[in-house]
Each structure stands twice: as structure tokens, then as C-alpha cells.
Ligand binder design. Structure first.
Ligand code: GMT
Length: 375
């Protein structure tokens, strides 16, 4: 099939997932065309059947705010027409789904692609509440040929927040790790680690990730010299350096920004820590699971669909830093239990959230919306 994909190209779960999906589809013989304002940061170059079409954005004096939706829709229409796309799969509704609907209406009927919209999280749980966005999101979902959500939680929230009652398919996220580039020893040495175990967090540091709670919980963990907290930051960590100092964590926290080779760090992670206040799935937990690293995370949103409490990780009540720190301390002191959770987490990742399980579900959906017979 010929599939167009639009996503945010920067660091963030929705773009990472969309990029991985495009790669997997190309590997399976589909022609994949990414359309975005920048090349997605994890999109490899020189891969057969994988193409990138940039959207040019002009900043006209008359506009107080530069517009992206219109040039994106025009580019989507051009790529659909020139490459005879069967499907345009947009990740994160705003503004991608609206642009796709507009692009489709610019084309004659025989050139119109089917539109699949995947909701990833805050497109429902934040923007869905915004009166300036909610009705546009609802309209775009209604006009899509298929809508998917990355968790059952997000599907229920979309029904509740947006009042959308059309069909939605839950297709969980997947992660397929690449081989690390460096050895464990090289990475640990580079981070200046000695015998400490690695507590691990990776995110874009947006306010809902609650890095303040993460640091507060970590400050309660004893003994302090047992661990280092390695944070892979997809955003600016500077606003949190005051908290690090105030909590006396200067010699415990190591931050690496905009990391590409995430597998290098995942392979040395002993325990993932996630204190988000809202999360439709939390791809970072899954990435850690693939390396047999269990996580302690807040019991919010779709996280319980990823972590089975006491089986593949631990869930703590949101905001309870004492309970969170106790759970982490317990696992620091009990390496056998930690390893057991890690093994179960890795097995769950393979069985439920691997490319081999998830990508065929998207392929099946594409065939269905296109009316192709099942091959
Ligand atoms: O919705 C967002 O906040 C953005 C999005 C992103 O691009 O990082 O994150 C969401 O999508 C990820 C991939 O499906 C999920 O793993 C994240 O849980 C989800 N974020 C939230 O729900 C806050």
C-alpha cells in the first residue's frame, strides 16, 4: 500500500511511535511518505520505500502567528496526488487531522486517500477541553475514516471529554529496540558510574511529567549512595536545577539532553521512575520493559494497561512521594524481585507490545478502510 504519515517530528512519544510505524511498514514492503515541517528525528535515511516531504512555512507580516495547518494540508494533497496515497495516517489530532480532512477535500474523488487518525493523549485530555480546539477535533474525528487510540483509557476519555461516539479502535503502542551502539561498560564509564544502580527516567519534561515529584521522591530514597538517577531529557532541564540543589541531589542526578541512541542508556537502566499526573500510555515505560527494566509509576491514565502491578512493575498513588520512594527503596533492596519483575516486563513487552503484534493491526485497519480484500 501507499501510506502517508504525519506526526510531530520532535522528541515526543507520538512522533517516535509514528516514525517506528513508518519504518516497520516500509520494511514490510509498503511505500511510506512522511509529511511534516521537519524530518522526524528518529527517521533513518536511505531506507528503501521510506520518503520524507517537508512542509515549507512562511512567516507573513500580516499574520501575528505563523500558520501551519494550511501549508500542511496543501502538501498532504500534493503528496497524495503525486504518489497516489491509499491512506493518510495522522498522529496527534491537532492540527494534523484537520489538515488531512482539508487536503482530502482539495482532491477529486478518485485521488482522495482514506484518513486514519490516531489520538495519542493530550489531543484529547488537554486540547479536548479547550473551546478553541474541542469542536475542531470532534469534527476531524467524525470526518476520519478510522480513529484509533493508544489505550482503552484514552478511548474512554475521548468519548467523555469530546462526546465522540463514533467507532474507535484501541491499538496499543509498540517498541522494537535497535542494538545498542556502545557496550554497557562504555556507557556506565561515560556517565561516571561506579557501583551505583541506575534509576532511569526519560521524557520531554513537560509539566504533566511532574519532574518536581520525581525529584522529591528520589530525595527520600536511602541509602543515597546506592543509586544515580539518569534522566534522558527531551526538553530543557534548566528549570529543575533549583530543585536538584534544594533537595541535595547534585551528586545523584545525571542529565543527558536530546539523546538519539536511547538503547545505549536503556541497557544500563535498573529501574524506571515515572511520576506523571496524566499519561495515555507512557511509551518510555515500554522502552524500559524491552530491556527487562521494570518501572515504578503513578497509577494514572493508561499506565495500568502497560504495567501490571506487582507483576511487571509497581504502581503508586499519584502524588504520594513517600509511597513512591518506599516502592523504589524496596526494589533497590531486593534485586531478585526487581529481576523477576524485569523478566516479566520484557516478556509482556514481546507478547503484547512488539512490532510483530501491533503493526499487522494497523495494516489490517488500512486494508479495511480502503476496502481491500484481506491478503
Ligand atoms: O499527548 C501528548 O502529550 C503528546 C504525546 C507525545 O507526543 O509525546 O504523548 C502521548 O503519546 C505517547 C505515544 O502514544 C504516549 O506514550 C504518552 O503517554 C502520551 N502523553 C500523554 O498522554 C500525556
Amino acid at each position: 500500500m501507499k501510506i502517508g504519515i504525519t506526526c510531530y517530528p520532535t522528541v515526543g512519544g507520538s512522533g517516535i511511535l509514528a516514525t517506528a510505524l513508518g519504518e516497520e511498514l516500509a520494511r514490510r514492503g509498503h511505500e511510506v511518505h512522511f509529511i511534516s515541517y521537519e524530518r522526524p528525528f528518529r527517521l533513518p535515511v536511505n531506507v528503501p520505500r521510506l520518503h520524507f516531504h517537508p512542509v515549507a512555512i512562511n512567516d507573513y507580516d500580516l499574520f501575528k502567528y505563523p500558520d501551519y495547518t494550511l501549508p500542511l494540508s496543501v502538501r498532504m494533497a500534493e503528496v497524495s496526488r503525486d504518489h497516489q496515497l491509499d491512506v493518510l495516517h495522522v498522529h496527534y489530532a491537532v492540527p494534523h487531522a484537520t489538515a488531512a480532512i482539508l487536503a482530502r477535500s482539495m482532491l477529486p474523488a478518485e485521488q482522495q486517500p482514506r484518513i486514519v487518525t490516531t489520538l495519542h493523549g493530550t489531543d484529547t485530555t488537554l486540547l479536548g477541553y479547550d473551546p478553541g480546539y474541542g469542536p475542531a477535533i470532534h469534527h476531524a474525528l467524525t470526518c476520519s475514516d478510522a480513529v484509533t487510540t493508544v489505550s482503552a483509557y484514552l478511548k474512554a476519555e475521548t468519548q467523555r471529554v469530546l462526546g465522540f461516539d463514533g467507532p474507535m479502535e484501541v491499538i496499543h503502542n509498540f517498541f522494537e529496540p535497535r542494538p545498542p551502539r556502545r557496550t554497557r561498560e562504555e556507557v556506565r564509564r561515560d556517565l561516571g558510574l561506579q557501583n551505583e544502580m541506575v534509576l532511569f527516567h526519560s521524557s520531554n519534561l513537560r509539566p504533566l511529567k511532574r519532574i518536581d515529584l520525581l525529584l522529591e521522591a528520589v530525595a527520600r530514597i536511602r541509602p543515597r549512595d546506592a543509586f544515580k538517577l539518569v534522566i534522558l531529557a527531551g526538553g530543557d532541564f534548566t528549570p529543575f536545577t533549583g530543585d536538584v540543589r534544594r533537595l541535595g541531589l547534585e551528586d545523584r542526578v545525571i542529565v543527558r539532553e536530546k539523546v538519539n541512541d536511547i538503547e545505549d542508556y536503556l541497557q544500563i537502566a535498573d529501574l524506571g521512575l515515572f511520576t506523571s499526573e496524566s499519561e495515555s500510555f507512557c511509551l518510555s515505560i515500554l522502552e524500559a520493559m524491552c530491556f527487562a527494566c521494570p518501572s515504578v509509576a503513578s497509577r494514572v491514565g493508561g499506565i495500568p494497561e502497560v504495567i501490571e502491578n506487582n507483576v511487571t512493575g509497581l504502581l503508586a498513588p499519584f502524588g504520594d512521594t513517600a509511597a513512591f520512594a518506599d516502592a523504589v527503596t524496596g526494589l533497590i533492596r531486593d534485586p531478585a524481585r526487581r529481576a523477576g519483575l524485569g523478566r516479566a516486563a520484557q516478556q509482556r513487552a514481546r507478547e503484547q507490545f512488539s512490532a510483530g503484534v501491533i503493526v499487522p493491526r494497523y495494516e489490517e485497519l488500512y486494508r479495511r478502510v480502503c476496502g481491500f480484500a484481506r491478503r
